[in-house]
Write a protein that binds this ligand. Structure first.
Ligand code: T4K
Length: 379
């Protein structure tokens, strides 16, 4: 097995033609307006609103701050029921609001929070559910909405991975009370760094605008102790330009996923999450698989290392589980998180992005199946 000459990363950002970015920069130069609700940001906000069919859009410098300020602006406090199988940013957003995370288990197919476990964990102190459309796989939105309604708690989605995902032709932004989308460079759709909140209560817009700009109402009035979480004009420009290419990025991701599914389907010990139902329009931003050590003949970590030797930089998103990080170990968890712990031990996210060739994906799959075969011959 020959290593790849250049590293094959888990993802690479899509960059629009540089001439388009330079033309946009010229406008920013002419405006001499770099941040603080500039004209490019305003145009971008409107564009996103049209795309998502909502006026309730607020942009931030990154997804973590968007979620943190979103929770603050909604007045979420006490306990929030959330998933352990996510990027630590989800839980950190609770931490920065002094909210206690209550971790409950996930469902095994697509790794999203289990609505029955959520309902069982509700207490008088619960103010919200914070669910994650992890890898862009939609949560069980109807079941979660029922639980939230029955118990009168807010339903908030970390949709960091889910820009472009739709159920029944409706963007995931239309579900729940508020959703946060990350536009970080490692996401299928990005604005270099960036974050967006979408929400149902239009009254929140003003609060979010205050919170991301120190709490300023005007030059002489500060109405709440906000922070600085504004998106700048260069980020907005990148967001505008990448948006034009979203459909091609999704289509490319779909083609790559098809190759992985075909080539890995018969490799014993490699499990690919089931295809999503036809009413879901997926964005193909991630390619997670699970490695069953007994069946594959090699642990997930060993496979990760062997791939690294071949210059294939797969990632173990999301291992360790958030409650297992040192800084969260004193958070009491009643749920043993059996499914999440198993998934975190087995998960491996394989490279997928617009510029990866199908030949490269074929070669990655071939190496994985050869490793399985050599594990067999050693046995
Ligand atoms: N909620 C969830 C569920 C999230 O996953 C995240 C972020 C957030 C909230 C918070 O959203 P943001 O505040 O980030 O908007 C990455 C990202 O930094 C992070 O955005 C993301 N989740 C997390 C899952 O992944 P790392 O540590 O894996 O990134 P890094 O630097 O190792 O990059 C991964 C690979 O991408 C590299 O091996 C090479 C490639 N890469 C990366 C960058 C930055 C490039 O080719 N070019 C680049 O510019 O965290």
């Amino acid at each position: 097995m020959e290593p790849f000459e250049k590293p094959i990363y888990v993802t690479r950002p899509f960059l629009p033609p540089i001439e388009e970015f330079v033309a946009g920069l010229q406008e920013i130069w002419d405006n001499q307006w770099l941040t603080n609700d500039g004209p490019v940001l305003q145009r971008y906000t409107q564009q996103l609103g049209r795309y998502l069919q909502t006026d309730n859009v607020c942009l931030f410098t990154n997804g973590m701050l968007a979620l943190q300020l979103g929770l603050q602006g909604m007045g979420i406090a006490g306990e929030v029921i959330t998933t352990p199988f996510t990027a630590v940013a989800t839980t950190n957003a609770l931490y920065w609001n002094r909210i206690r995370p209550v971790f409950v288990d996930i469902e095994p197919d697509h790794y999203t929070i289990d609505p029955e476990k959520v309902e069982a964990a509700i207490t008088p102190w619960t103010s919200a559910i914070l669910a994650v459309h992890v890898f862009g796989y939609p949560c069980k939105v109807r079941e979660l909405a029922d639980v939230a309604r029955r118990h009168k708690v807010a339903l908030i989605y970390d949709a960091a991975h889910a820009f472009g995902v739709e159920i029944d032709g409706r963007s995931l932004a239309q579900y729940g009370d508020m959703s946060m989308f990350s536009f970080h460079a490692t996401k299928l759709y990005h604005s270099i760094e960036g974050g967006m909140l979408t929400f149902q209560d239009s009254g929140l817009k003003q609060t979010f605008d205050y919170l991301k700009n120190f709490g300023f109402k005007n030059e002489v009035e500060v109405v709440m102790p906000g922070t600085n979480a504004k998106m700048n004009e260069m980020q907005a420009l990148m967001g505008v330009l990448v948006l034009k290419h979203l459909d091609e990025l999704v289509e490319k991701g779909r083609a790559i996923e098809t190759v992985y599914r075909k080539r890995l389907a018969d490799v014993p010990g490699i499990r690919i999450p089931p295809s999503l139902p036809p009413n879901v329009h997926y964005n193909y931003g991630y390619m997670p698989v699970e490695v069953d050590e007994a069946e594959f003949g090699m642990s997930r970590d060993r496979l990760y290392e062997e791939l690294m030797e071949l210059n294939i930089h797969a990632r173990r998103y999301f291992h360790p589980l958030v409650p297992d990080f040192a800084c969260y170990q004193d958070v009491q968890t009643r749920d043993p998180l059996t499914v999440a712990r198993g998934v975190a031990q087995r998960i491996l996210t394989l490279p997928t992005y617009h510029a990866i060739s199908e030949e490269t994906v074929e070669r990655i799959c071939l190496y994985i199946s050869e490793m399985r075969a050599s594990a067999d011959s050693r046995a």
